[in-house]
Design a protein. Sequence first.
Lengths: 147, 147
Amino acid sequence: MVDILHKVGIKSPVDEVYAALTTTEGLAGWWTADTEGDGGELGGLLEFRFAAGGFDMRVRELDPGKRVLWEVVGGPDEWIGTQVDWSLEQAGDYTTVLFAHRGWKEPVDFMHHCSTKWAVYLLSLKSLIETEKGAPHPHDVKIDSWD
Amino acid sequence: MVDILHKVGIKSPVDEVYAALTTTEGLAGWWTADTEGDGGELGGLLEFRFAAGGFDMRVRELDPGKRVLWEVVGGPDEWIGTQVDWSLEQAGDYTTVLFAHRGWKEPVDFMHHCSTKWAVYLLSLKSLIETEKGAPHPHDVKIDSWD
């Protein structure tokens, strides 16, 4: 098993970051404009769609202002069963976001791609909250010939 | 042991990407403007400096147009002994860059930070080659309260 790990610091109260991870409006503002579902309810299903496909996530943990955990239940084979884990902590003027996409079976090229792409989207999240302007798909930064 | 993995695709011949990883001018154009040493010779030492410190790398493998491997011999404790591994491959109009920073002992917060920061610098490398304008330190994108 191998994991994708990232960290960003967002100049914001932790509640705003938590809202951007648990509301459809928030999620659509930084990851993909085509987001549906209920990220604010334990057991809720989130449906994220992109030009090339998408991901369905089941909300497995919600600890307001502290943690959000999603399990991937639909999408590419490599993603099924993996977990997307968000840990939040207020640190002075910043909210520290520790991000992990855990449980990849193999470090395939697609995992390398997704690691870089997650960084792009985490900076979109930071930008959304700090400047009110995120860069969700289809307005995301392209990193290679895939996306 | 845990690894940081990334991938970018750069619209360029592979030789230009290899040059940006093995010449002082190239490296200074995307990672840190304060770069010294010899990245084009096996066993050569590269000295990368940032406002908060820096990294010394020994060049361990050089396969023109295909691979560059550095071993970290100076810098923060967490980096010492880790390896920075670059694999290049021409794929149509693109050079695919598979990046790995291998051999972290623990998935500490600093590793999460470095993972996101490597993505920022890989996009700087892509930008340098595709647009002739990189964003090396101190002009790099800031991701948190550390840097």
